[in-house]
Ligand binder design. Structure first.
Ligand SMILES: Nc1ncnc2c1ncn2[C@@H]1O[C@H](COP(=O)(O)OP(=O)(O)OP(=O)(O)O)[C@@H](O)[C@H]1O
Ligand SMILES: [Mg+2]
Length: 496
């Protein structure tokens, strides 16, 4: 048996008297990957943050390499060789990638050039294509994650914690990351790996610990367990696999709400054309980088198409061109983003306040709500989306990652929009909540809204859509009805 790097015994963390984790036992050996799984709010991030010194535990014992420790800040954990890649990015947006990677390691006289060269080598060794001189604020979600990972590895840790590292990575980038993790394991490091992608966790991990409502319910050998067994431990019941909703009447006449004609943006979006109908879910599949997100952002006023010959967007037959998202929201078009930290919510406000802001952002909703009405609104949406918080006045920062995502969704929907565009709607939400969000998407269509779902996860596209578009290199290249669509056909269209 290899050396025990981490031993946690009966570790408890409470927030304002409520348990985030309770009496949890957990250990990690040198040369192993230990996966941590559980529903949104189960306590995974909390356990990791205790270990990384980002929060202090309320009770219990923590030993690193046999030595009892009590971390007061992340720096203490770092000194014991523990580095963490956070679920919500912790980078400084106004600094470059290289500066972020070197943060806390700067020698007094690191020259700008050598700083960049060092960061470049590190990024390259992991096959991460990020320009070290780029400001973090200009990087997309995937690249930010890469910088975050590089920063953790820069510190030459013996224990590395990954909290949902693959949520914003492409399949190829995920494979890269797995190679990197394999190398770290081979080098004798201990890895803690948190992810909602259970198959993925099983593939990479040696052991799997399952948390439910803050308690450890199982610690399993990855070779001897299965996805289904893990899910049973997670939710305390079996879940069906995503089942397709009842197909709608074929050829039913529907009202065309949104038309997109020959949309063009630089080299990313080229002649994108499609329509969305009331009462229908339109799925958009395609590889990451095929122009789907940019198209959605143009429609929603978050990006500007080419000034001349940039194409047209028509809402109920009328050409529209938004300069800012506010205008689109006023017209009843909302875009629910994958990059929730950036444009999703105000994190120091409560759920009720965020939902109220969602209401205010739209001219369609009532602009004034009494306090009790606001509370009722928060209650209604917390129930609809099953948002789990310690109490009704919890601030967004106090929610788990997956529950924050649900608030973003709720905030966009309170004002009762006519067109709803979801971009990767279930990234970071647990298996049980995925089903809920899919049902919500179907229900929105049943209520008569035009719903567009951009997703890189094909089973998701197949589960929710009435019609499926496939994009490649900024164009739509294929369209399938629900009846004709299969994973193979979509993949084929997306790649060849
Ligand atoms: N700073 C905080 N203040 C109050 N409560 C908190 C705080 N951080 C987390 N919690 C609560 O602790 C519980 C566990 O949260 P945690 O973030 O550990 O969950 P998680 O398993 O990582 O979930 P997810 O899969 O959604 O990321 C949740 O109920 C959450 O609301
Ligand atoms: Mg978390």
């Amino acid at each position: 048996m290899s050396e025990l790097l981490v031993e946690m015994a009966r570790v408890t963390k409470t927030y304002r008297g409520v348990h985030a984790i309770r009496d949890v036992d957990f250990d990690l050996r040198a040369g192993e990957v230990h996966a941590l799984v559980g529903e949104n709010g189960a306590g995974k991030s909390t356990l990791c943050k205790v270990l990384a010194g980002a929060v202090q535990h309320s009770a219990g014992e923590l030993r690193i390499a046999g030595e009892p420790v009590n971390f007061r800040r992340p720096h203490d954990a770092l000194e014991h060789g523990i580095a963490m890649v956070y679920q919500e990015t912790s980078l400084v947006p106004t600094m470059t990638a290289a500066q972020n990677i070197e943060l806390g390691h700067e020698k007094l006289l690191t020259r700008f050039r050598s700083l960049n060269i060092g960061a470049q080598q590190l990024l390259q060794s992991m096959n991460f294509h990020v320009d070290p001189t780029a400001y973090v604020s200009t990087l997309g979600a995937a690249k930010k994650q890469m910088v975050e990972i590089a920063r953790a590895l820069r510190s030459e840790a013996r224990i590395v914690i990954f909290d949902e590292p693959t949520a914003s990575l492409t399949p190829e980038e995920t494979l890269h990351l797995f190679t990197v993790i394999d190398e770290l394991r081979a080098a004798g490091l201990g890895i803690i790996y948190v992810s909602h992608a259970l198959e993925e966790s099983l593939k990479i991990a040696d052991r799997v610990t399952v948390l439910r409502d803050g308690e450890r319910v199982a610690c399993l050998d990855a070779k001897q367990t299965s996805r289904d067994e893990i899910v049973r431990h997670m939710v305390g019941r079996s879940l069906g696999t995503a089942r397709a909703a009842a197909p709608r009447e074929p050829g039913a006449r529907r009202r065309r709400v949104l038309e997109v004609e020959n949309l063009i943006l630089g080299t990313v979006v080229k002649n994108m054309s499609f329509s969305a109908y009331a009462g229908e879910v339109l799925g958009i599949a395609g590889l990451i980088g095929s122009g789907r997100t940019e198209t959605a952002k143009i429609i929603a006023g978050a990006l500007k198409r080419n000034r001349i010959h940039g194409g047209r967007v028509l809402l109920n037959g009328k050409p529209v061109r938004y300069r800012v998202p506010k205008q689109a929201i006023d017209d009843g078009i909302v875009y629910i983003t994958e990059d929730r930290k950036l444009d999703g919510y105000f994190e120091t406000m409560t759920i009720a306040e965020n939902l109220y802001l969602g209401q205010l952002a739209s001219r369609r909703g009532q602009w004034w709500l009494s306090r009790s009405r606001r509370r009722a609104l928060a209650k209604e949406w917390s129930e609809r989306l099953r948002i789990k918080a310690i109490n009704a006045d919890a601030k967004i920062v106090e929610l788990s990652g997956g529950n924050q995502q649900k608030v973003v969704v709720g905030k966009s929907l309170v004002a009762d929009p006519e067109v709803v565009i979801f971009d990767e709607p279930t990234r970071g939400v647990d298996v049980g909540a995925i089903e809920e969000i899919h049902q919500l998407i179907r229900r929105l269509a049943d209520e008569g809204k035009a719903v567009i779902v951009i997703s890189s996860y094909l089973p998701e596209v197949l589960a929710v859509s009435d019609r499926i578009l496939v994009t490649r290199f900024g164009r739509t290249v294929a369209e399938f009805s629900r009846a004709e669509a299969t994973q193979e056909k979509i993949m084929y269209a997306a790649i060849f």
